[in-house]
Write a protein that binds this ligand. Structure first.
Ligand SMILES: [Ca+2]
Ligand SMILES: [Ca+2]
Ligand SMILES: [Ca+2]
Ligand SMILES: [Ca+2]
Length: 458
């Protein structure tokens, strides 16, 4: 009886708030209504996100309208989904006003606790200026962590995140840009058995003493797929990633470029029995060295492009090469390395094309960083990778012949670009035309046009 009454109440509340499926409530938040507190309905939204979390129960959704919300929020262990109405982090921002952590998620929040489509910025805390996760494993999708600061874990600090396995802490399609940690892990610090799944994430321009991109410390072995690490800078060790004390991440189809460290561990450093496994990865233009390991650490590297060849103490899994991967534009249109426009897509003729190992791609991963089909055969490239064609490319992006505008196909829009690039043989390449030099001979002539016709999708 009590149950029936409760259900009825829930349904009635749900109807009042516009969403009644399964009795769950969608609470609305809009900063335009401040200072009125509101009641969380669509017509009278709450003015703050935390009030909506306080009102919610497990299974509820909180929808946040465009705006900048200056507040710190705590999920309080609730399994609720918090998302922007637009699913666009550029227009829905939580600003910590130099306080923090901005988002606290601990003790019980599992993968049904969701954060989606938000920018988390200007947080400041001892640990996790942007987000502090402890004994919890929420799901974070399409969020931007920008310019957060902490002593450890500038943007995100994860501690004991594996306690609810097989529930998995997940970050996908997230950007970590310009975060700072005084000590370790500017974009992310994983500590004490915290092994998140990181997919299609970009770690750019973060700065710390150790592990400027990610620090994995004490039995932390994230699964990292289709991720980009560029322009991260460590004052001491590990520009892109530092793995310490039995931390052995699995890195597949990741691109590390332009990362630096004071010591030799420019892209990755591995200490104290940390054995990362890298497959289909690119380590190019990191300094002073791509990767160094010590103290019983033995990474395995396969089907990857490693500048200056395999580092010391590495197990050679085969298929590794030391040839320029031919990125489209490593520092991007703004000419600054370590910003989100850095372009590590592949040019025609790249040795990364059709050179990966298909079986290393995690089950269920069917797309690349851009969300385009992961397994594509390039008809002009002899397969050098492992598996049955189509062979996966090395790095975060799959090459598609003639796809100059990087939207996943060679269609009429690319044809228009081609028309502007066409010259006589040997006349050289115009600006932005290298993507259409399909035979990689330094021009866009009728032979390239012929290849384009083969790839063209009307
Ligand atoms: Ca740039
Ligand atoms: Ca391919
Ligand atoms: Ca295209
Ligand atoms: Ca050509």
């Amino acid at each position: 009886m009590l149950y029936t009454i409760r259900m009825t109440l829930r349904v009635l509340v749900g109807l009042a708030f516009g969403h009644s499926a399964y009795g769950q409530t969608t609470w609305h938040v809009d900063d335009d209504t401040c200072p009125a507190v509101g009641n969380g309905s669509q017509v009278d939204p709450y003015c703050s996100i935390q009030i909506a979390i306080d009102a919610s129960t497990n299974g509820d959704a909180i929808q946040v309208a465009n705006g900048t919300y200056v507040e710190l929020i705590n999920f309080n262990g609730k399994a609720v989904s918090l998302r922007s109405a637009s699913d666009n982090p550029a227009t829905t921002i939580i600003d910590g006003d130099s306080d923090g952590p901005i988002v606290t998620c601990n003790s019980g929040g599992t993968s049904t606790t969701l954060l989606r489509g938000l920018t988390i910025t200007n947080g400041q805390a001892n640990r996790g200026g942007g987000m502090n996760i402890s004994s919890a494993s929420p799901t974070v999708i399409n969020c931007v962590f920008r310019q957060n600061f902490a002593f450890e874990g500038g943007a995100v600090y994860n501690n004991f995140a594996d306690v609810f396995r097989p529930q998995t802490l997940t970050f996908s399609n997230c950007v970590f840009e310009g975060n700072v940690a005084q000590s370790s892990g500017a974009a992310m610090l994983n500590r004490n058995s915290s092994s998140p799944v990181l997919a299609n994430c970009q770690f750019v321009g973060n700065r710390a003493s150790n592990g400027a991109g990610i620090l994995n410390d004490r039995n932390c072995s994230p699964i990292v797929t289709n991720c980009i690490f560029s322009g991260n800078e460590a004052g001491l060790h590990g520009g892109g990633m530092l793995n310490v004390f039995l931390s052995s991440p699995i890195l597949t189809n990741c691109t590390f470029s332009g990362n630096s460290a004071f010591d030799s561990r420019g892209a990755l450093g591995n200490l104290q029995s940390s054995d990362p496994v890298l497959t289909n990865c690119i380590l190019w233009d990191n300094g002073p060295l791509a990767m160094t390991s010590c103290c019983r650490s033995n990474p395995t590297i396969s089907n990857s492009i490693i500048q200056d060849g395999l580092p010391m103490d590495t197990i050679d899994g085969g298929g590794n090469i030391d040839i320029n991967p031919l990125f489209v534009d490593p520092n991007g249109a703004d000419e600054i390395l370590g910003t989100v426009d850095d372009d590590f897509r592949l040019l025609p003729g790249s040795p990364a094309i059709d050179a990966g190992n298909n079986s290393a791609v995690p089950v269920g991963v069917m797309t690349d960083f851009d969300g385009h089909t992961r397994f594509v055969d390039d008809i002009l490239t002899v397969d050098t990778g492992v598996g049955i064609a189509p062979i996966v490319d090395i790095g975060a992006f799959e090459f598609v012949l003639g796809d100059c505008d990087a939207d996943g196909d060679a269609d009429i829009a690319d044809h228009v670009i081609l028309d502007g690039c066409l010259t006589s043989p040997g006349d050289g390449l115009g600006v932005g035309c290298a993507c259409l030099d399909l035979d990689a001979d330094g021009d866009v002539d009728l032979r390239d046009f012929g290849y384009f016709q083969m790839a063209f999708i009307p």
